[in-house]
Design a protein around this ligand. Sequence first.
Ligand code: AGP
Length: 611
Amino acid sequence: MCGIVAAVAERNVQGILLEGLKRLEYRGYDSAGMAILTNEGRLERQRAAGKVAALEACLDASPLVGSVGIAHTRWATHGKPTEHNAHPHQSGDSLAVVHNGIIENFEMLKTELEGQGYAFTSQTDTEVIAHLVGREFTLGQDLLASVQRVLATLDGAYALGVVHRGEPDTLIGARKGSPLVVGVGIEEAFLASDPLALLQVTDRFIYLQEGDVVRLRRGGSIEIFDAAGQLVERPIQVFEHGDGAASKGEYRHFMLKEIYEQPQVIAATLEGRLGERSALIESFGNGAEQLLSKVKQVHIVACGTSYHAGLVARYWLEQYAGIPTQVEVASEFRYRRVVVPENTLFVTLSQSGETADTLAALRFARELGYLGSLAICNVPGSSLVRESDLTLMTQAGPEIGVASTKAFTTQLVALMLLTLGLGKVNDMDEARQAEIVTALRGLPTVMGRVLGLDGDIEALSMAFAEKHHALFLGRGAHFPIALEGALKLKEISYIHAEAYPAGELKHGPLALVDSEMPVISVAPNDALLDKLKSNLQEVRARGGELYVFADESVGLENAEGLHVLRLPYIDEALAPILYTLPLQLLSYHVAVLKGTDVDQPRNLAKSVTVE
Ligand code: AGP
């Protein structure tokens, strides 16, 4: 949700900042801007509504030259995505600020500043920060102290970058509720919302903690102050995924690249976590065995696609580990009275580890007497990871496409590991544990075979491009997969899609079925297959056009109104993971046919760090 990149370097930083913005564009893409302290001592700014390419055109026409600068790509919260509302925001011609997050008390602060004669040129909450820091600076504080004093008056969430003409060699950063990392260069230093933005200049990062303020100065000086204002040391971590993570390589879109990476990242997520016949609980982290052995119930909380992964896990945890499980969207959970049974484990799922609602739910849960918390997350050093008792990292690598794909299937794998771990301490049948372990080892290969069906799925997608609605059906653990299929389709192709447990069809949605309503179903060879087949007959009998992804052994044949694509055999426990793939590919190809912006669909952003 908004991307920040900033630099204090020994060279002109315009190119570094622009490249950083391009790499951060997945976080927000409705306007962008840059401010640089020029070598002649001026503060100069360029902003543009629209994508980073629009800003690039402005910079081509009128470049900014200097060694200290800040830049931003926006996902609008306060004020429309216009040039005036684009960051950086300034106080006069001396100070510029970029901000990610929301300042909740900005109206009160704005009224106070207007009373003192400050004029506002935008509708954003951010502009108050510019004037407040500018005011402190004129009172004789240095830039660090000015920012620290202002932060004490702000309610809400922020990651900030601030520069001032009066301290031309300094860049201040701060974070509370929104991510910010320091990139450590050679006699240079950088700030960004995500390490990806800076991989072209460094692979060494310091993940700032809640309440940290950092002062970067020419020559590579980095000073970090904690929330109490004390100078602190934070570890430098090396980014492991390489710069390739930030590029599409041979693929047309990040989403397609990330779909194709799934066999490999699933193998990486399993690495070191499977024994011969069961999961290795000790590989889940320090204290995992002790904690899991006490668990009697599980509450899972997440948003969007991650929530769908949680719904699948409910079926697994109850069926295989015998653990009663509840799953809830974080934005609901955090605002209701929750009854917590004894020995309940609180589990959060999040690709980014920064989703505001999920993070707030974790903080809320801490007050409720849970046995402990476990985060299943893809971003090391993220807030969720830092604040949870236990973490199970997915090894999906950076996910850039706004539509989550590999993060989802690696979450499912991590949840199956959790199921096996809890099963092991709860007398799950040992032979069944061993079967699932064997199936998990073979999963990447079977996934590769499903990806080989891409051409057939692309051919199927043509039937959807002109449709306005679609219905997804599944039963059991495949109902959440239907939900995920519908979310993918609406998210990137803007086709209205809904998902139902197939048995619910006759209770209402069947009324929607006609030849204009494609109905997509997943039909693995499991205990509910015969029931599902009857539900599919109900659709055919009403003239509906059915598209079924089915196990090769289920005996469904192509016929009028029935299009069947056969998938290889997989142990039914893992079928939800495998059957996700054709739905991802279908949505992808429909979106490409419709010509939408696949990686950056309208109105959305990758990391939802606001409520
Ligand atoms: C998925 O395609 C979405 N873009 C979205 O639903 C996402 O899964 C959700 O915002 C949660 O994000 P998280 O996993 O980073 O917490």
